[in-house]
Design a protein around this ligand. Sequence first.
Ligand code: WT7
Length: 647
Amino acid sequence: MADIDSFQTEKRRFKPHASFAKQANLTAAEFKKLTALAAKSPDKYWAGRAEDLRWMRKWKKVCDWSEAPFAKWYVEGQLNASDNCLDRHLETWRRNKAALIWEGEPGDTRVLTYADLHRETCRFANVLKGLGVRKGDRVTLYMPLVPELAIAMLACARIGAAHSVIFGGFTSQAIADRVEDAESAVLVTADGGWRRGSVVPLKTNVDEALTKTDKVKKVVVLKRTGQGVTMTNGRDFWWHDLMKDASAVCEPEPCDSEQMLYILYTSGTTGKPKGVVHTTGGYMTWAHTTTKWVFDLKDTDTYWCTADIGWVTGHTYVVYGPLSNGATVLMYEGAPNWPANDRFWQLVEKYGVTILYTAPTAIRAFMKWGDEWPGRHDLSSLRLLGSVGEPINPEAWMWYQKVIGGGRCPIVDTWWQTETGGILISPLPGVTATKPGSATLPLPGIFPEVLSNEGQPCKADQGGLLAIAKPWPSMLRTVYRDPERFKKQYWSNFAGKYFTGDGSRKDKDGYVWIMGRVDDVIKVAGHRLGTAEVESALVSHPKVAESAVVGKPDEMKGEAICAFVTLRGGSEKTDALKKELQEHVAKTLGSFAKPEMIRFTDALPKTRSGKIMRRLLRKIATGDGTLGDTTTLEDLSVLAKLREDEE
Ligand code: WT7
């Protein structure tokens, strides 16, 4: 593979306002000191970060990297994540502070104080115990964005069980695969959730999934939307029935620092989703620290991260990071354009949101909908804006800064991944001068490198592969039940260094510019999807013989999915079948995975060893669309075979 060319030239620079810098949680002087300390005495630096948490037993060693790439952090220390998010605050004035301010899509609202959240968590922890959940077990959570999802996560953490949250946009096959891999005997769901005025049939999806796996023995169902659902006797229980008599007393279980806190499945280059494993001590340390530094989180803030909890952003920056900091977190269940395009801005005004963390795909949509929507609302409460999930185009960055931030708010463009557990590269709002489109500089203790295929450092402005040279506490520990895949995927490209899968460059100032994925992962509207997963979904249709899926640049979604499909003998290439295939993917994986474009072809371009040449398909997909017939593809497949020797 050739080195990556970069064409972006962005000259604008924004220094932090002096007034913001003065009050920042991390000042320029501290940043400098900590960066130096992290380079010189990493153990000392990382110990300092962990001391911000409450430990039940102090660690003996900060980092054990002797069995690399299998890291251990804060070795032999003990703590409990829910104790850090809840109990710790109950001993302070925060006891009756709002922890969660929640608004449902229909407009219903709830506020839970730290004392409320603690009580509900303890009760649900007892419910889980009653269902037979023990330390080390995996509990699957497939729920809408409601307080009970956070409660269920914290309840798992409280008793030392690991949660596996499945995004509510997934459907039956995705649920079945994940439940099967996690060997999860208990699943928590809801009758439904609200999305753009309609009900997402979560329980029905679960029922269908459970015809494909027999691992789940008990299902807890929260009543949210109230539509009729089928309850299977002996297997399904209503949340409210189980909670009725549950005791509110449940001591937090002391957990080893390396006790698994959660599994989160994410898409990789093969069809099988990877169970990314995060453990307790290191993950909590970095979730806590980065939330405090990057978002400059204060007790007086109303903090809103718009991510769904089903993605890692929701795990780290809706639940564990902000709650361990004692923050007030806004949670909103539904879509940004329901009932109208100004729902987000209405929420910002209504609750006086001070920190807003959202995704470029949303920002681009807001831009398209027009300035009049935010213009209708008073957004002066905002003091900091964040972005995550994919590269943000400089134009969207400028719009965000001007129209939403009123020119007053620093923007933190945060780079990280499901695997990294927390933010690794980001501006610090009181310290770093920002450049629109760049995630800027690593946080202290993080050592990103841009490398050539051969592992040589690239020169300034030369594109290459992004790697992280040293371990950090919130790094994934393994791929669940697949340590070989963990080694191969992340640690086999560059000896001793973590490979991110992203292309990037560093400019002359050392600023990192992310250029997107270099593997077969597509980012559709900020959601990460493996091409192979969509391909498997397509091939599961009886009329499909083979398929290849690629991403093509999309103005709104970042990337859109294009599928090339060969049909089984006798099937006709009709538009109706295209539609049917789109619906089939939506039904198997979720509608966010639906291919935008389907192209029928008689053959796919392949190398002699049978590997589909997605690079060529990407060219066709991004072409001007005039390559409308299949003959071109035929030609390309010949071309591919000829080119193979050049590879
Ligand atoms: C991939 C990870 C991190 C939580 C949400 C996504 C892309 C993420 C940025 C950013 C450019 C970004 C990368 C990364 N990405 N943040 N600020 N600038 N690209 O987590 O689903 O695990 O996806 O998202 O390509 O590898 P994820």
